[in-house]
Design a protein around this ligand. Sequence first.
Ligand code: CAA
Length: 384
Amino acid sequence: MDFFFSEEQLMIQQAARTFAINECLPAVIERDEKQAFPTAQIKKLAELGFMGMMVDPKYGGAGMDTISYMLAMEEISKVDASVSVIMSVNNSLVCYGLEEFGDEWQKENYLTQLAKGIKDDKLYIGAFLLSEPEAGSDASSQKTIAEDMGEYYLLNGVKNWITSGNSASVYILMAQTDPSQGSKGINAFIVERDWPGIDLGPKENKMGIRGSDTHSVHFSNVRVPKENRIGKDGFGFKFAMKVLTAGRIGIAAQALGIAGGAYELSLKYSMQRKTFGKEISRHQVIQFKLADMVTRIEYARLLCLKAAWEKDRNLEFSLSSSMAKVVASETAMWTTTEAVQIHGGYGFVKEYHVERLMRDAKVTQIYEGTSEVQRMVIARAILN
Ligand code: CAA
């Protein structure tokens, strides 16, 4: 075991940092205010190979490891968590799910383009449709029905809070095919966004990650070909759980980046701003806040790295991914709140970025499994 990154990992970290500063920073406040989708930024990410970072090059991916992905997510999230959530869903929910559990036809037909993030010069990304109006944390209470019609499934229902709901071309969707079987009657499907019978609800007006587009998606008699079911009959709930286990590393890295961004801004500000005749960084009360920030971030980073390291070695990583997510997201919320406090009145206005980071931090405690769900997973693992 060592604590050094490889040269390739460091190069990716640097490329992500450069991308975040050059491409995301200039208009991040405007995009947040207008809820503008970062099309140009996602296209650039696709050119960098960051939309299918961990996918095997034979399926159009960049063939990198999870640690590289984590480092890239962290750097981009320091500046723009709206860009990083779109990247995260495509990489660790959509591409990972298809590469790990899809068949050869599904990989050739969908994964190869999704991993590139571009098709015919247009964005080609995916979304993950599990949540419903009454199935958030209680994910197995699926009400969306996919009725087996012999040649195809007939899909009816509503999905909620879908990241990239409008901009995605491909949906990975969970639906109930046999309600009498509970979670064992759920299946996962690949659904194309432009199939007849699919309608979107209005764009959600969110507190944070406002650049990403979140919608409810309505399905009315949508025909899904049989070959678009992922895995064997009844595998859908396990598929969703396994994919989310991996996805949680990405969101943990996002939270880590949000915390890191707030810490870096606070450090810089505290060395410039003067009160009572000296820089505020020379007041012990500020020093202790900065010391706690950097310590908590390091603690969260070690958990994220452990989860990524285990995943890269095909070891069991569900416990460490839940630990990483709960610690990193709570660190992000705490650090960003303290960052606003350190900035005082300047922290409460948009130009200084920390208020946005604080708003963006909140969702990391909610999506891809709330902090409460992570604690359930951890408690079940230790009690078993
Ligand atoms: N890996 C493999 N299998 C798993 C698993 C895992 N991590 N977790 C559970 N399972 C299996 C169980 O072994 C069980 O299988 P058997 O019946 O064969 O034993 C089956 O799945 C059912 O498991 P549980 O009884 O534990 O299921 P549960 O109903 O009690 O729910 C839960 C468990 C952990 C709370 C789960 O519902 C959950 O994770 N909820 C949160 C959902 C979530 O994260 N949603 C995020 C939406 S996507 C998103 O946010 C994307 C975005 O926009 C950014």
